[in-house]
Write a protein that binds this ligand. Structure first.
Ligand SMILES: [Fe+2]
Ligand SMILES: [Fe+2]
Length: 254
């Protein structure tokens, strides 16, 4: 079994210090049991250099392998020249040296898919080139590995990916891990061919801009055919596990 921590929407620049400290506290208490982290975008609030520096420092202190992908807040908003010509320059400069874009081992294959569309403010879209990169990656992964795709924009829900069904059809993931919504959730999707995909959305793990829900993250226990999603919400004393019914999913292999 693999234990994967799934965080999103840290939004350095608007990150709550109590949330950040509480993530470190959680890692110091339970970090030994965690194999990998997946952080699904919106690392920063406005893609400023000092925000990326804080994000990088967070990863360096984190002490675990991190699979990362950018969110819509990680490209410059107001400098249109930069936004259109080199949207991911700061993300690449600061975060790519300390994170991975993918990870695979005999049990899990995880790919961080870029979904940011710099031509619009918030909506997401996956390019054909990204899909091809992911297909190549999964073709080299162990056939028995659980296929996990990270996307910033969720497949369904508010502000979903424009072409999320293409991700499901072409990559046939067992799990999609998303962010962006600032509200957590987990649900099983039945695809047109009858296969199943678990769609997990992390709440904002540290932003002080909340949408009616406390900061949170997930701890996933991943085995082929069975995935448990445990959600931790921020309280005064730190992140605390809140047991939710129906969060153990049986996923038919495909
Ligand atoms: Fe966000
Ligand atoms: Fe976002």
């Amino acid at each position: 079994m693999k234990r994967i921590l799934h965080l999103a929407d840290l939004h350095f620049g608007r990150a709550h210090p109590h949330a950040v400290e509480s993530i470190y506290q959680f890692l110091s208490d339970q970090g030994k049991e965690i194999d990998l982290a997946v952080i699904t975008g919106d690392w920063t609030q406005r893609a400023r250099v000092e925000e990326f520096e804080a994000a990088r420092e967070f990863v360096e202190k984190f002490g675990k392998k991190v699979v990362s992908l950018p969110g819509n807040h990680d490209v410059p908003l107001y400098n249109l020249w930069q936004r259109w010509l080199t949207p991911l320059e700061r993300y690449r400069q600061h975060l790519e040296p300390v994170t991975q874009s993918a990870h695979h081992d005999p049990e899990v294959a995880v790919f961080g898919l870029h979904t940011v569309n710099p031509w619009v403010v918030a909506d997401g879209r996956v390019s054909s080139a990204e899909i091809s990169r992911a297909q190549n990656f999964f073709s080299t992964a162990a056939p028995e590995a659980v296929r996990i795709v990270g996307t910033h924009h969720p497949i369904f829900g508010k502000q979903p990916l424009e072409n999320g069904t293409k991700v499901l059809e072409t990559l046939r993931p067992h799990v999609v891990l998303s962010g962006h919504a600032h509200r957590e959730g987990a649900e099983l999707i039945v695809n047109p061919d009858g296969s199943q995909t678990l769609h997990v959305v992390s709440g904002s793990s540290a932003s002080n801009r909340l949408r009616g829900e406390e900061n949170s993250f997930h701890l996933l226990e991943v085995e082929r055919g069975r995935i448990a999603v445990k959600t931790f919400f921020l309280k005064d004393t730190g992140f605390a596990y809140l047991e939710k019914k129906g969060r153990v999913f049986a996923i038919a292999s495909h």
